[in-house]
Design a protein around this ligand. Structure first.
Ligand SMILES: Nc1ncnc2c1ncn2[C@@H]1O[C@H](COP(=O)(O)OP(=O)(O)OP(=O)(O)O)[C@@H](O)[C@H]1O
Ligand SMILES: [Mg+2]
Length: 250
C-alpha cells in the first residue's frame, strides 16, 4: 500500500530524516516508536504531502507520489495526482484538529460534501453510521468544545474514515489524553485493525504496539534502527539502542 524508500528531509539545514524506508502492506498495522525528535511525525507527514521530501521515493498503491532523482530533489507527481493519491490516506493528529465552529456531524460531512461531492443526505447517512461505530451518535449535534478529549479524537477518526481512505495514518492519537480516555480511543483503533484497515501508527502505547501492531519500527535520530514483527521486537530486540529505549518505556 505504501512503499517509501530512502526518504531524506532537512529543516533549515538540520537533517531530520536520514534515509527512512518503509513498506506497508494491505491490512497491515505498523507501529512507529522512538524518542522525541527522532523524526516520526515528520516521516508520517511526508507520506501524505504535509511535508515535502528532499530525497527518496514514495509510492502509494502502485502510484508514484514522489520519485527520487539522480541529482537534486525528488520529483512530485502533478498537483492533481498528488491530491488524488493523498486522498487514499486519512490522518489523525495528536491535537484532533476538529473545526470548532462546526458540530460533530458537520465536521464529519464537510470533506465528503466539498471534496467528494457526495449529496448531503448520503453524507449524513454515512456520517451517522460512522459516529455510531465510534460510539458518538448521541453527540452528533454537539460542538467539539463540549466533548472530552477522547470523544474529540473519536470524532476525528470518524471524520477521516468518512473519506473512505485505504490507509489510516495516526500521529500519537492518544498522547494528549488521560489514561481512561486513551482506552476508548485505542478500542476504536483496535476495532479498525480487526476490520483489516491498513494502519501506520506513531505511538507511545507499548501495549497497543505489542498487541495490535503486526510490525514495529523503532526510529532514532532520523533513521530506522530496527523493524521487526511485534512479538519478536519486544521479546528479542536486536539493537542496543532499541533495548535501552524499551527499558525506559516498559
Ligand atoms: N516545521 C519544522 N521546522 C523546523 N524544524 C522542524 C519542523 N518540524 C519538525 N522539526 C524538527 O524535526 C525534528 C523531528 O521532529 P518530529 O516532530 O518529526 O519528531 P517526533 O519523533 O515526532 O517527536 P515527538 O515524539 O516529540 O513527537 C525535531 O528536531 C523538530 O524540532
Ligand atoms: Mg511527533
Amino acid at each position: 500500500m505504501i512503499e517509501a524508500t530512502g526518504i531524506t528531509k532537512a529543516f533549515n539545514g538540520v537533517q531530520v530524516l536520514r534515509g527512512v524506508s518503509l513498506t506497508l502492506r494491505k491490512g497491515e498495522v505498523v507501529a512507529v516508536i522512538g524518542p522525541s525528535g527522532s523524526g516520526k511525525s515528520t516521516f508520517l507527514r511526508c507520506l501524505n504531502h504535509l511535508e515535502i521530501i528532499d530525497g527518496g521515493s514514495i509510492v502509494v498503491e502502485g502510484e508514484a507520489l514522489a520519485t527520487a532523482q539522480a541529482e537534486g530533489p525528488s520529483r512530485y507527481a502533478s498537483d492533481a495526482d498528488v491530491r488524488r493519491i493523498c486522498r487514499k490516506m486519512g490522518m489523525v493528529f495528536q491535537s484532533f484538529n476538529l473545526f470548532p465552529h462546526m458540530t460533530v456531524l458537520e465536521n464529519v460531512i464537510e470533506a465528503p460534501i466539498t471534496v467528494k461531492r457526495l449529496p448531503r443526505a448520503t453524507a449524513i447517512a454515512k456520517a451517522d453510521a460512522l459516529l455510531d461505530k465510534v460510539g458518538l451518535l448521541a453527540k452528533r449535534d454537539n460542538y467539539p468544545g463540549r466533548l472530552s478529549g477522547g470523544q474529540k479524537q473519536r470524532v476525528a477518526i470518524a471524520r477521516a474514515l468518512a473519506m473512505e481512505p485505504d490507509i489510516m495514518l495516526f500521529d500519537e492519537p492518544t498522547s494528549a489524553l488521560d489514561p481512561e480516555l486513551t482506552v476508548e480511543v485505542l478500542r476504536t483503533m483496535r476495532q479498525l485493525a480487526e476490520e483489516h484497515m491498513t494502519m501506520l501508527v506513531v505511538t507511545h502505547e507499548m501495549g497497543f504496539a505489542r498487541e495490535v501492531a503486526h510490525r514495529v519500527i523503532f526510529m532514532d535520530d532520523g533513521r530506522v534502527v530496527e523493524s521487526a514483527d511485534s512479538a519478536r521486537f519486544f521479546s528479542a530486540p536486536q539493537h542496543e539502542r532499541t533495548r535501552t529505549f524499551l527499558g525506559q518505556m516498559l
